[in-house]
Design a protein around this ligand. Structure first.
Ligand SMILES: Cc1ncc(COP(=O)(O)O)c(C=O)c1O
Length: 392
């Protein structure tokens, strides 16, 4: 393992009473709450102390009115991009927003019209597909190729579909497959998009949680600088998704203007006072915590892999190069997909994401969230094993 980080203690917190999606929406999602919820993509682990302190400090001022984004906010993002990704940006490129998915929708509205083609790569985080469909654009699915337990891009198909596309919604790193796109893969994508005049909207919300590989920001490629919109947030990295604070980075003035007009047309201008404080604290002081978190998550991923191997469960884990989401190929378990989903909920009593919610190519797959403690994962794996033993 070549992830460097100080050892820190992480524990799964009791989230009851905090209106948490993971627990409180479990009944709606699974029809029961008699299960261990390992689905929606946030973690059971506390945010870093620097973020907690910033929240307390802000809460102590008992007035929570309209809030602007201060210069410090822009500086924090700029420094983070340079330090973590070696990418130098300007403050004026940053357009704050309240979520990556809303930004994706504003970008679709800004750069395409009804009927225009938009490329996506399924299996994919569901809003990529639903945003295209809701806005009545044409979905061009460059389905990822699953070969020898690994996901790859079908470049021939990408090239054909790019001719019909105005926009490519890239997920980098990719959820749910956990792929980190290499410089070479991104280079090929870029060349095709440049030739076909396709703008790339790159959702890089998982970029901080890359383990052994290197994440390349799409905007850091010279050829792409004037043709891309990068979407990011501290949400996944520092477990602050509920604070609804994200940003777009758009180096090109014209594209940024078009995007900003669309966002403002929807009334999204001011920020969330807590989200702003959290972002600044996290990016200014959270690096050491993040490095330790990555070690912890990496060990969790290894544990799941080893457990499945050791007990010869007929499940293949796809290599998690990034994210705290493990994509499980359960196609050899001997179930139809519907039986598989039922098996996880009602036999193993585990609340995972249904693979098919990420697209047809998710048939036979489930997505496991390992952003919790090792102890919780041990219970989960034991439940999986016990349930499996009962059916064989
Ligand atoms: C790839 C990806 N993009 C966006 C989001 C959600 O972002 P936001 O809550 O900022 O809309 C998620 C959450 O799981 C995600 O995995």
């Amino acid at each position: 393992m070549i992830i460097i980080g100080k050892k820190m203690n992480f524990e799964a917190l009791d989230r009851r009473g905090t209106y948490t999606t993971k627990l409180d929406d479990a009944i709606k999602k699974f029809g029961t709450n008699d299960l261990l919820p390992l689905w929606v993509a946030d973690m059971d682990l506390a945010s870093p102390v620097c973020v907690q302190d910033a929240m307390r400090k802000r809460a102590n001022h008992p007035l929570y009115g309209y809030t602007v984004y201060p210069e410090r906010y822009y500086k924090a993002i700029k420094k983070w991009m340079e330090k973590r990704f070696d990418w130098k940006i300007k403050s004026k490129w940053i357009v704050p927003c309240y979520g990556v998915v809303p930004s994706m929708n504003f970008a679709i509205e800004a750069f395409t019209k009804k009927g225009d083609g938009i490329l996506v790569q399924t299996p994919i985080y569901p809003p990529f597909v639903s945003s295209v469909k809701h806005r009545k654009r044409k979905l061009l699915d460059n389905t990822l190729v699953y070969k020898n337990g690994k996901y790859e891009i079908d470049f021939e198909d990408f090239e054909i579909k790019a001719k019909e596309a105005k926009l490519f919604l890239l997920c980098s790193p990719h959820n749910p497959t956990g792929r980190v796109w290499s410089e070479k893969e991104l280079g090929k994508i870029i060349d095709i998009c440049v030739v076909n005049d396709v703008i790339i909207v790159s959702d890089e919300i998982h970029a901080d949680l890359v383990y052994e590989k290197t994440h390349h920001i799409i905007g850091s490629f010279e050829k792409m600088k004037n043709r891309c919109i990068i979407l990011n947030a501290p949400s996944k990295t520092f477990n602050v998704a509920g604070l609804n604070t994200s940003y777009a980075i758009i180096p090109n003035d014209k594209l940024r203007r078009r995007y900003t007009v669309e966002q403002h047309r929807s009334g999204v201008t001011n920020g969330n006072p807590f989200g702003i404080e959290a972002l600044m604290a996290a990016y200014e002081e959270g690096a050491e915590w993040l490095d330790a978190l990555k070690v912890y998550l990496f060990v969790n991923i290894a544990y799941v892999n080893e457990f499945i191997k050791k007990h010869e469960l007929p499940i293949k884990t796809i290599k998690t190069e990034a994210t705290f989401l493990v994509w499980l190929d359960c196609s050899k378990m001997g179930f139809t997909h519907e039986e598989l989903v039922n098996y996880f909920v009602h036999e193993a009593k585990l609340g995972l994401n249904d693979g098919k919610s990420f697209g047809k190519s998710g048939d036979g797959f489930m997505r496991l969230n390992i952003g919790t403690s090792k102890e919780v994962l041990e219970v989960a794996m034991q439940r999986l094993l016990t349930a499996y033993r009962e059916i064989i």
